[in-house]
Write a protein that binds this ligand. Structure first.
Ligand code: PLP
Length: 458
């Protein structure tokens, strides 16, 4: 084993990793990247089919971002936004974001952007924000938050509670009190035989209504949702889902928090995923592609009416006592600002919409390949679900680790993809991918599927 790999095993504790398996297989040490490709320490090239962790939207090796970081670091390496201190990159990034985040449902003025460092802390901030808002507006009992089974919202205590996946709760004494989960809009798994999209969406909205009635509408502050669920299984809700869900929430004055950490910034061929999925949120979480992950930065978009309530003279609660040393770090903000300027100069959202057409066509083309039970996606986001028996939709035995095996075979074929819960493979390449590269990606995936199928019949 090479020296770096040995040192990895000796010294690193990998997050969210099957540590026993890691000890056996060792790490894949990536050394450099350019565009949609990365190279390992042996010089082998891979298509980064997940854009890192759904985040390197602009692709690797973007010199303009290196330049933005170094220029800002030389000028002002650190600056803060606490207690009325401010700095240019933070101000200009917040201004720029106004044109990227579509108006909220009850828009009364510009968004206010509250910066953080990760998607998880953005969603923790959301929990605190809605609690704080209901405290200052005299509704201290309206605090609970509804999330969805299979939703993924992060790993800190509150955001892991919002996440609707058992491993993120088991052994951590989570979820925290006041977080509940409603049904997952995964038609392939949960729609009844013959049930239309419309009927399935109506059933999910009825289920949400029943949960709200059981808990008491006056106790529920907000619901959080990703436009398309990412890490929980690449789940695309049925047509008409969000309007029906929102009608229920509106009836009970429950806010909708939009988690755009994966879907934001062009992934679905629109600025925010909400536009593609007919969602009209009240607040928004953004991260990942905001800086194309060249540096960590996240933000919560706070609507003007919520901000107004925070400065009411009658606000007896005091300051919104929340924020991080690195909230709006000037170097990260300068990189994010330049990243969004490049998105605009290169029309990356339009590009994602255009290249998303052959991408989705190739994804659909996987149906009918052995052991492929379902494919789904939008824009440059796709998932394929493996099944032991496509006719019956029968799952593989979990011990077969089918998706993990397919991802390993794809890696051998020079393609990095991610195996998710529910035997789904996620594909989420950098937005700069060309049409020719889309074919290269799916050709590699098809080779991996063929090898996977061969192994099953042996
Ligand atoms: N929300 C969504 C939808 C995500 O996909 C993720 C991470 O994948 C998060 C939140 C958490 O972001 P982070 O890993 O930056 O804390």
């Amino acid at each position: 084993m090479e020296a770096l790999a040995e040192k990895d095993l000796a010294h690193l504790l990998h997050p969210a990793t099957n540590l026993a398996m890691h000890r056996k297989t060792g790490p894949l040490v990536i050394e450099r990247g350019e565009g949609i490709y990365v190279w390992d320490t042996h010089g082998k090239r891979y298509i980064e089919g997940l854009a890192g962790l759904w985040c390197v939207a602009i692709g690797y090796g973007e010199e303009a971002l290196v330049e933005a970081a170094t220029t800002q670091m030389r000028k002002l390496a650190y600056g803060q936004l606490f207690a009325s201190r401010s700095h240019e990159p933070g101000i200009l990034l917040a201004e720029k974001l106004e044109s990227w985040v579509p108006p909220s449902k009850r828009h009364t003025g510009p968004w206010k952007f509250l910066f953080g460092n990760s998607g998880s802390d953005a969603n923790d901030t959301q929990v605190k924000l809605v609690r704080y808002y209901n405290n200052v507006t005299g509704r201290p009992n309206k605090k609970k938050i509804i999330s969805r089974l299979n939703g993924y919202h992060g790993v800190t205590l509150a955001s892991a509670s919002l996440t609707g996946l058992p491993p993120f709760h088991a052994h951590f004494d989570l979820p925290i009190p006041g977080v509940m989960h409603t049904g997952c809009p995964h038609a392939f798994r949960h729609a009844h035989p013959g049930e239309s999209d419309e009927a399935f969406a109506t059933r999910l909205a009825d289920e949400l209504e029943a949960l709200i009635q059981k808990e008491g509408p006056d106790t529920i502050a907000a619901m959080i949702a990703e436009p398309i669920m990412g890490a929980g299984g690449l789940i695309v809700p049925p047509e008409g889902y969000f309007p029906k869900i929102q009608a229920v929430l509106d009836r009970h004055d429950i806010l909708l928090i939009d988690d755009e950490v994966i879907c934001g910034f062009g992934r679905l061929g629109t600025r925010m995923g909400s536009e593609a999925m007919d969602m009209r949120p009240d607040t928004v979480s953004i991260a990942k592609a905001l800086s194309s992950a060249y540096l960590p930065i996240s933000a919560v978009a706070v609507p003007d009416w919520m901000h107004e309530a925070m400065l009411e003279p009658s606000n007896q609660v005091g300051a919104f006592a929340h924020g991080f040393t690195y909230s709006g770090h000037p170097v990260a903000a300068a990189v994010a600002l330049r990243n969004l300027e490049l998105f605009e100069e290169r029309d990356l959202v339009g590009h994602a919409a255009r290249v998303g057409v052959p991408f989705q066509a190739r994804l659909q083309g996987l149906m009918g390949k052995p052991f492929v039970g379902n494919v789904r996606g939008k824009g440059l986001l796709g998932g394929l679900e493996l099944v032991a028996d496509p006719g019956a939709g029968k799952r593989f035995d979990p011990s077969a680790k089918a998706a993990i095996r397919l991802a390993a075979l794809a890696q051998e074929e020079g393609l990095i993809v991610r195996a998710l819960a529910g035997d789904t493979i996620a594909i989420c390449p950098p937005l700069v991918i060309t049409e020719a590269q889309v074919h290269e990606l799916f050709d590699a995936l098809e080779r991996a599927i063929a090898r996977f199928a061969d192994e099953q019949v042996k």
